[in-house]
Ligand binder design. Sequence first.
Ligand code: PLP
Length: 358
Amino acid sequence: MKWPSHGSNPRYLYEAMNKEMPAERVDFSANINPLGPPQELKVRWNNLFEYITDYPDPHASHLKHILAAREGIKETQILVGNGGAELITLIGRMLAGKKVLIIQPAFSEYEEACRVNGCMVAYHQLDPETWELDMEALSLKLREADALFFCNPNNPTGVFYPSAIVKELIERCRVYNCMLVMDEAFYDFVEEYQSIIPIINSHLHVMVLRSMTKMFSIPGLRLGYLLANESLIESVSTLKPHWSVNALALKAGEWCLESEKHVQLTKKLIKQERERLAHFYRKLEFAVSPSSVNFYLLKDTKIDNQLPLFQFLLEKGIIPRHTMNFPGLEGEWLRFAIKGPNDNEKLMEAIKEWRKVR
Ligand SMILES: Cc1ncc(COP(=O)(O)O)c(C=O)c1O
């Protein structure tokens, strides 16, 4: 059986598992803001129509202007992409033939993007007991690597590594002449987030990737950006198709960035639901990863492989994300997005039923 390589689009999962897809279902497999897009976008949605009759701005100037002011950097230190996914593809192309190290488990696109470009890919595996970063063990591998991919907050665990650890990592990468590609796709869900962005001015080997599709609930529109020093941005830009980011996404992105209230409301809701779920799971002897964001890993400690639980939930229309293609997890955990209270309630009901039979 071929497992779908990503969450979302559950039809493919049910097809692969040869199961009928229930009419009523809740998709926990994609980590998208349960509050949906911000009001700032919803109320102006119809105005987007006028933007389809002209080519999009290939330089995304206005959006970059807003981002630069927010991050305290120059517009020339930003590249806007058709989702973070496009930027990962371009970075893979830039690294063609190089030795790449990936801190695993992590988003599968890093490896895909590097392998199709003939990179040699090695892993540094996080310890599933703690998810801590063992700097010494990692350093041994950094010596051999041209680039390191690090997902922070980490997908799939949800663990956030604070700035002291990131700074240490940046320093080790400098010592070993290794480029650091840090993926902060979910940074805006972290309450105690501390920005390391100003570092890109003085550290020429650091790139930070962001996605706008998660917090602003616009994965269908596609929007992300890369922050790095000018020469790195220039190198990646030359690989990018001219109009790959459409005009609707650019304008919607500008409006989304006006929605600070929506971001704060989202963080509050996610924290509240994360704590409620963690409390519930602990009582039923499930292990939960120490997430700081809008998703987490779950394991029924009474079984090793979680496939029976996965199947049980799918039959009830509760759709987790499988972990078969996350090196080091391979089905020993399931990943769930944190949704709104009603949907989380449905999940907890299903888990209670599971516990009655197992
Ligand atoms: C860690 C991480 N980085 C990047 C992406 C790409 O996001 P997008 O292309 O929707 O911006 C994803 C999508 O799931 C992700 O999980």
